[in-house]
Design a protein around this ligand. Structure first.
Ligand code: NAD
Ligand code: IPM
Ligand code: MN
Length: 363
């Protein structure tokens, strides 16, 4: 691979979305372009609206045509959706992201969480608790309570319900992703559920146990989600791969962002069956409180672009070069305000690009 020229351009669909989404996706694109140039790779972009931006122009959070383009692309680089203007509305920007995940069958969301040596002081937790943390949350992404039937409008404002449903097949396929990932790490899966209360969690635990039989080399344990939330703060080093359902994974991953120290540090990859386009999306939201101020931390989006090179484009050297660029920028103290510094989005992006160019193409 190295710096050899790739035979074709990769088609990347950019969906910046709302709030700080365009700011951090602009940064990720600049870094991806710099990396592509360095490695002799061609990237072809198309950009579309999603979220509040799309509702304003078309009335819908995502257009069918955008979903069709996503399916045809090699990868989707996604920012964030959501805007306070739509808080009282039944047409929600966030529905665009759910539709995208569903359309691409992106059932496994990989959210790596690692302590960053030069950033230990950015965490609100003690240094000895967070140093050497290295875990991977695998969140089921296209099932559960997010996608079950909802009752809302018909009840005259007095009653609402969300159905949580899981099938054996949905649990099996995401469990295999977790066990396969554990084999490349510390061979330990912690499955998180609420089996003392929820029927879906009892099915979850039984199916995960069955899948575990295929992986005798991987250690499996189980935690109830409330206890898992506690252990994530008390002893995060006990975790290697955390496998969990959609909503628990959503909540636990924001909590886990406090291990490296900021929402602005967590990237993710949302993957489906081989051959389907993955979505590469920072874990954070649209951060309306800082949107437009130049304070957004672009590292999560940049690291999501690195995951795109690794998982969608099969270019691990490029991914590693970007990750080293980010580590280098952090070590040099280029920190945005969420990390305790004063760097702007542009300065942080430039710092990564400078360090990319300084590295070797055989990273
Ligand atoms: P949020 O993640 O947007 O913000 C939470 C806090 O973290 C805020 O103080 C924000 O300033 C900070 N933060 C987040 N990302 C940051 C970054 N890159 N750099 C610096 N600081 C950062 O969560 P929220 O405030 O609960 O949600 C705001 C909106 O975003 C809502 O509409 C929500 O639905 C949406 N949301 C979207 C996604 C997504 O598109 N994937 C994820 C989460 C929330
Ligand atoms: C995330 C977000 C989304 C989720 C919302 C915006 C639909 O919070 O990616 O973590 O809950 O999955
Ligand atoms: Mn979330």
């Amino acid at each position: 691979m190295g710096s050899q020229v790739e035979p074709r351009a990769f088609d990347i669909l950019l969906l910046p979305g709302d709030g700080i989404g365009p700011e951090v996706i602009g940064a990720a694109r600049e870094v991806a372009d710099a990396a592509a140039e360095k490695f002799g790779i061609e990237l072809a972009y198309e950009e579309r609206d999603i979220g509040a931006t799309a509702i304003r122009s078309t009335g819908e959070p995502v257009a069918e045509e955008t979903l069709a383009r996503a399916k045809e692309s090699d990868a989707v680089l996604f920012g964030a959706v959501g805007h306070p203007d739509f808080d009282g509305s039944t047409v929600r920007p966030e529905a665009g992201l759910l539709a995208l995940r569903r359309a691409l069958g992106a059932f496994a969301n990989l959210r790596p969480v690692a302590a960053i040596p030069s950033l230990l002081s950015a965490s609100t937790l003690k240094k000895e608790v967070v140093e050497d943390v290295d875990l991977l949350i695998i969140r089921e992404l296209t099932g559960g309570i997010y996608f079950g039937e909802k009752e809302e409008a018909d009840s005259g404002g007095n009653r609402a319900s969300d159905v949580c449903e899981y099938t054996r097949e949905e649990i099996e396929r995401v469990a295999r992703v977790a066990f396969d990932a554990a084999r490349l790490r510390k061979e330990h899966v912690t499955s998180v559920d609420k089996m003392n209360i929820l029927a879906t969690s009892r099915l979850w635990r039984a199916v995960v146990e069955e899948v575990a039989q295929e992986y005798p080399d991987v250690e499996l344990d189980h935690l109830l989600v409330d206890a898992a939330a506690m252990f994530l703060i008390r002893e995060p080093k006990r975790f290697d791969v955390i496998l969990t359902e959609n909503m628990f994974g959503d909540i636990l991953s924001d909590e886990a962002a406090m291990l490296p120290g900021s929402m602005g540090m967590l990237p993710s990859a949302s993957l489906g069956e081989p051959g389907s386009a993955g979505i590469f999306e920072p874990v954070h939201g649209t951060a309306p409180d800082i949107a437009g101020s130049g304070k957004a931390n672009p590292y999560a989006a940049i690291l999501s672009a690195a995951m795109m090179f690794r998982y969608a484009l099969d270019l691990p050297d490029v991914a590693a070069a970007i990750e080293q660029g980010v580590s280098g920028a952090l070590e040099a103290g280029v920190l945005t305000p969420d990390l305790g510094g004063e760097a702007t989005t542009t300065e942080a992006t430039r710092a990564v690009i400078e360090r990319l160019s300084a590295g070797t193409s055989q990273a």
